[in-house]
Design a binder for this molecule. Structure first.
Ligand code: PGA
Length: 249
């Protein structure tokens, strides 16, 4: 059975103090839920976040990592560094990493392998740009992103993969894919995985939707059968909004 997951991607927001304030509010207000709840603070605040949440079920995850074990990669973070502070899940391939930091499918494929080699869970992000959707290339673009980064993996490691479909045109824009558009794409993704692997791999992978999920639209998006939760940016920075989204699942 695949898990339901609600994850907050805090991006480059919040000092340590603000991180701890938000985590305390989230831990205090966290509803009873069958879903996994995750937050991804910035690197420098991960240790503090892990310590703050030691008594909570909220998981702390990382926003990125490098593919190398260690070495001369100024400014980068390795899988071992994350594992050493009890972080075992990492977001890879966020559209902002692709767009602003030049992360190509080839680089992302290496990161995925590096994380899986260390037995980490990977939350792999992908999604089409507005022009792709306007030209009706969105299914092809998504399939290519998945193929280039994930489809060489052995079926046995897919229990460590979480997918996050995030149409770039919906991220931070206030524009959301309609629940029908999300369901249509998620069903396509699941079918593609079933074709490449099998229905067991396809049915067991959690596919999250990301892109302007808010308290007001979360329930409808999460009600779709192939939407297993959300990766939340802006709304995860406000305790009451994030809690409302968790309640929606
Ligand atoms: P958003 O960001 O919810 O602010 O649109 C989502 C994301 O980038 O993961």
């Amino acid at each position: 059975m695949r898990s339901k997951i609600v994850a907050g991607n805090w991006k480059m927001n919040k000092t340590l103090e603000a991180t701890e304030t938000l985590l305390a509010a989230l831990a205090a207000k966290l509803p009873d839920t069958h879903a996994e709840v995750m937050v991804a603070p910035t690197f420098v605040n991960l240790t503090g976040a892990v310590q703050s949440l030691h008594a909570s079920t909220i998981q702390v995850i990382a926003q990125n990592m490098h593919f190398a074990e260690s070495g001369a990669y100024t400014g980068e973070i390795s899988a071992d560094m994350l594992l050493n502070i009890d972080i075992d899940t990492v977001i890879i391939g966020h559209s902002e990493r692709r767009a602003y930091f030049g992360e190509t499918d080839a680089i992302l494929a290496k990161k995925v392998v590096a994380a899986l080699d260390k037995n980490m869970r990977v939350m792999f992000c992908f999604g089409e740009e507005l022009d792709d959707r306007k030209s009706e290339n969105h299914f092809k673009v998504v399939e290519t992103q998945l193929r280039n980064a994930l489809f060489d993996l052995d079926a046995s490691v897919w229990n460590k993969i979480i997918l996050a479909y995030e149409p770039v045109w919906a991220i931070g824009t206030g524009e959301t894919a309609s629940p029908e558009q999300a369901q249509e794409m998620h069903a396509f993704i699941r079918k593609t995985i079933a074709d490449v692997y099998d229905t067991s791999v396809a049915n067991n992978v959690s596919i999250l939707y990301g892109g302007s999920v808010k308290p007001g639209n979360a329930s409808e998006i999460f009600s779709k059968p192939d939407v297993d939760g959300g990766l939340i940016g802006g709304a995860s920075l406000v305790a009451d909004d994030f809690v409302a989204i968790i309640k929606a699942i």
